[in-house]
Ligand binder design. Sequence first.
Ligand code: ADP
Ligand code: MG
Length: 328
Amino acid sequence: AIMPTLLSGIANGARQGILFKNGSQLETMGKVRAIAFDKTGTLTTGQVQVFQVIPASNYSQADVLKVAATVESVSEHAIGKAIVKAAADLNWVSAVDVRAIPGQGILGINFDQQVIVGNAAFVQKYVTNLPEDLQKFASVLEQQGKTVVWVAQGAGGRGQGAGGRGQGEFVSSSPLSSPSPLSSPSPLSPEVLGLIAIADEVRAESAATITRLKALGVEQIVMLTGDNQRTADSVAQAVGINQVYAELLPEDKLHVIRRLQKQYQTVAMVGDGINDAPALAQASVGIAMGLAGSDVALETADIVLMADRLEKLAVAMNLGKRAHRIVK
Ligand code: ADP
Ligand code: MG
């Protein structure tokens, strides 16, 4: 009898903090041959903290934190929350026209200044260059597994003249008009104020979970992240994953899942963020972290790990295999 088996599997899962949204996903879980893991908030705790602030010449650490906080104050991203916390004792007000770009960064208008905060590729669209000395610091920090976020602002600030000419889109400063690119570069081009290195801890159970899943017969385990390659490699090495896809946009994550499905048919994706939602939907089984998970991730997933305990993946897989055997 199909129903009683699946129902008992689901109940068993629930007792162990694994929420299966329906029985068919329980079965599919037993057939998974490849698993893709998001990095931040999934393999790591996502309880990120500001680790270091390195200002560009002519700026202070406080300048960097304050300006970043003006846009991050409306961010739902863990990075944004960490920055706002670190800037709590400084004097700043929230920017207007703030737009978060999932997987890349966040933009806004601070008084009449354009503020850009995000990864190198994103910020580079708005500034002429990332200062070379800071790039060296960034690469060392990234090799240590830190996530580096760049902070830029339009005009020189603190009496500096206009810097080089920026490229890319600029957002209108009028709160009445919706943000739209201007046709020509602003005369006051954004320049880099500094970088913020963010530290995140690898979950205690990540490495053991990867080992266990391999022992259960999972043929391929990969990491998918919007973070940069060096940071991603460092975390992957710590948890025992040797296939890393970094600097991915949310839709890139989906494409990697599709490719894995061509090779391995049944593919699970484990994630927590808004940026993981397309991949969670595409995967044969989407699995979300219950505590760290954003609303969209929780809605999109087929399975929710209620207490964010990654080791429950192996339990879920065993329940799935059992259901599959009996149903067959
Ligand atoms: P992951 O895939 O590891 O969960 P995301 O896709 O959410 O990471 O973000 C990818 C990268 O984009 C981050 O490492 C960061 O550099 C940048 N980023 C995204 N959102 C923000 C934000 N609100 N503030 C600053 N940087 C951000
Ligand atoms: Mg994440």
